[in-house]
Design a protein around this ligand. Structure first.
Ligand SMILES: [Zn+2]
Length: 82
């Protein structure tokens, strides 16, 4: 799963779907049918964010992309110690 950063902050293009990591108060949102039909409703019904019930494979892939991009930046920012 290849995710590319878009010009918007915290928004990724994952295959043909757009993933907004900061949507739903940081619980993310994906355009795919899976998220729209199952994960979104689960999130709205109270299931916790970032679990299998509320995150599709695109969201998961983008989250890892985000972490991989962010960690080196955070690490460089404070001289190496988090
Ligand atoms: Zn998705």
């Amino acid at each position: 799963m290849i995710c590319n950063e878009t010009n918007e902050r915290y928004v990724y293009q994952c295959g043909k779907y757009r993933v907004d990591l900061m949507a739903n108060d940081g619980a993310m949102e994906c355009e795919c049918p899976d998220w729209q039909a199952r994960r979104g409703p689960a999130l709205r019904s109270g299931d916790p964010a970032y679990t299998r019930a509320t995150m599709c494979k695109h969201g998961k892939a983008c989250l890892w992309t985000f972490v991989r991009e962010l960690l080196p930046k955070l690490s460089a920012m404070d001289g190496g110690g988090l």
